[in-house]
Design a protein around this ligand. Structure first.
Ligand SMILES: NC(=O)c1ccc[n+]([C@@H]2O[C@H](COP(=O)([O-])OP(=O)(O)OC[C@H]3O[C@@H](n4cnc5c(N)ncnc54)[C@H](O)[C@@H]3O)[C@@H](O)[C@H]2O)c1
Ligand SMILES: C[N+](C)(C)CC=O
Length: 489
């Protein structure tokens, strides 16, 4: 069956292009999908443009749009096993984790189903008795949505659900490495009753089918999640038509542990923070900062436990984390590790591919810890997006804040201390979009997500995540018009 969706019809790429998708855990063939071109992207944009300007969706009552999103959530629950399996085969992620991701996706659709009809606007008191003044919200228009491979459907849901809730039409371009869950989602949107042309899907490489979404004048908004350099290219391309731009980019996120922390929990979460999904998480706590007096024992324990982490494929019940996404990404992580050694960091564990013969056909890399790092080293500032932890030492609260903020990125971070006052003071001074206190990684649809500084522009999730997809219009109605005679006459 063809995989490109334009105006409600599934079709092949115009030039007949195809791409093999292989599981990163063992290289096995997952499937072959259509590989679109700029022409396919243009067709999808045209379809979304007509659906917006001629179709019913933007003016469907918001409560009905919410009802549709709730039906999508029901269908995702029905198909949880199928969707999770597709996600695991594409990403190599453990099946249990893909299942949790689908649960999170369901939660996102349910949240935007609820809030779709709330906050319809407001009446403004202008101080003029003969004027009725209203603020109303309207959809932005055609949205180009570009998503990454690490949490394919979850990151997609953060865009698709609020975009539809607000009455927009869209073209989705998932990562070329992980297209299958996007295909399944499009089928479920149709089954839930979404009109033809409202949601369109193009598959293919970024420069070919992603770039048109940031350049085409018919696209009103481009929302991108991915790497910093790609984000810069998209922002520059979108400037030509002054599109609304939303960017969710990377992070090198500090996980700050004070000596008065609950140490057992802090060690446990230091591992989860960085090694979950083998570090392929934008908010990974890949920068561990430990107070001087606790540092040595703490890092010894982190290393001891990191060495015990079991690697394996999606269906290996004993595995605790999986492979990297591709050979190219594995090479990037290896280069990052070589740089860390070159820059003088002390390799405490890992730093190599595993020698287990069962893992040689996948893109695995051992959990890696570097101690004796500091902000003079490039690796402390760069995102490896792999299972690599850099450890820094600090002495005071002020020093911890200064070191943590010494970064061009500002996505997320954590503070570990039993002193509530210190926790709140530090959280308030960190220049990051999310700060966890005595926890790491949780996110919920009700709470905004996004980055400070070069970690992004705009917010996903929460009310702000809906506002990204809404225009705000002021309607001024003079109910008793009379000549003003500004110009005499
Ligand atoms: N802030 C967040 O919430 C968040 C979430 C997930 C991932 N990320 C970041 O994503 C990065 C990893 O994802 P990735 O490797 O897929 O990123 P990437 O930038 O390589 O690709 C992301 C998407 O952009 C597309 N793309 C590539 N070039 C393009 C172009 N010129 N024009 C338009 N689209 C283009 C790709 O095909 C893919 O669909 C990491 O840096 C990670 O931190 C951030
Ligand atoms: C935003 N999150 C944590 C779901 C995935 C980031 O890569």
């Amino acid at each position: 069956m063809p995989d490109i969706l334009v105006d409600g019809g599934w079709r092949s790429a115009r030039n007949g292009g195809r791409r093999e998708i292989r599981c990163p855990a063992d290289g096995s063939l997952v499937g072959e999908v259509d590989e679109g071109t700029a022409e396919d992207a243009a067709d999808a944009i045209e379809s979304a443009w007509r659906a917006f300007h001629e179709g019913p969706w933007p003016t469907v009552p918001a409560s009905e749009r919410g009802d549709l999103l709730a039906r999508v959530a029901d269908l995702l629950e029905r198909d949880r096993a199928e969707v999770a399996r597709a996600e695991s085969l594409d990403t190599g992620k453990r099946l249990v984790e893909s299942g949790y991701d689908v649960d999170d996706v369901v939660g996102v659709f349910r949240y935007y189903a609820r809030v779709a009809a709330e906050d319809a606007g407001r009446v403004v008191d202008t101080g003029r008795p003969d004027v009725v003044s209203r603020i109303v919200h309207e959809p932005v228009g055609v949205c180009g949505l570009i998503t990454p491979w690490n949490y394919p459907l979850l990151q997609t849901s953060w865009k698709v659900a609020p975009a539809l809730a607000a009455g927009n039409t869209l073209v989705l371009k998932p990562s070329e490495l992980t297209p299958h869950s996007a295909i399944l989602l499009m089928r479920l949107l149709a089954e839930a009753g979404l009109p033809d042309g409202v949601a369109n899907l193009v598959l293919g490489a970024g420069p070919q089918v992603g770039a048109p979404l940031s350049e085409d004048p018919r696209v009103d908004l481009v929302s991108f999640t991915g790497g910093l350099e790609t984000g810069k290219r998209i922002m520059a391309a979108a400037a030509g038509t002054v599109k609304r731009v939303a960017l969710e980019l990377g992070g090198k996120n500090p996980n700050i542990v004070f000596a008065d922390a609950h140490v057992e929990s802090a060690v446990d979460f230091a591992l989860t923070a960085v090694f979950l999904h083998s570090g392929q998480v934008c908010s990974a706590g890949a920068r561990l900062m430990v107070e001087d007096s606790l540092h040595d024992d703490f890092v010894d324990e982190v290393v001891r436990r990191a060495e015990q982490i079991r690697l394996g494929g999606p269906f290996d019940d004993k595995a605790e984390t999986g492979p990297l996404i591709s050979a190219a990404h594995l090479k990037k992580v290896e280069d990052y590790v070589a740089d860390a050694v070159e820059q003088g960091a002390w390799l405490r564990c890992g730093g190599a591919r595993p020698d287990d013969p069962d893992l040689t056909s996948g893109f695995y890399y051992l959990p890696t810890v570097f101690d004796r790092c500091d902000t003079s080293m490039g690796v402390v500032h760069e995102e490896s997006f792999g299972p690599v932890l850099t450890v820094e030492r600090f002495r005071t609260e002020d020093e911890a804040v200064a070191i943590a903020n010494d970064s061009v990125l500002g996505l997320a971070g954590a503070v570990w201390t039993e002193n509530a006052g210190k926790a709140q003071r530090v959280a308030g001074r960190l220049r990051m979009g999310t700060v966890w206190i005595n926890d790491y990684h949780p996110y919920v649809p009700q709470a905004e997500w996004g980055g400070y500084k070069q970690s992004g522009i705009g917010r996903e999730l929460g009310r702000a995540g809906l506002d990204e997809y809404r225009e705000t219009k002021h309607i001024w109605h003079n109910v008793r018009p009379a000549p003003q005679r500004w110009f005499g006459g």
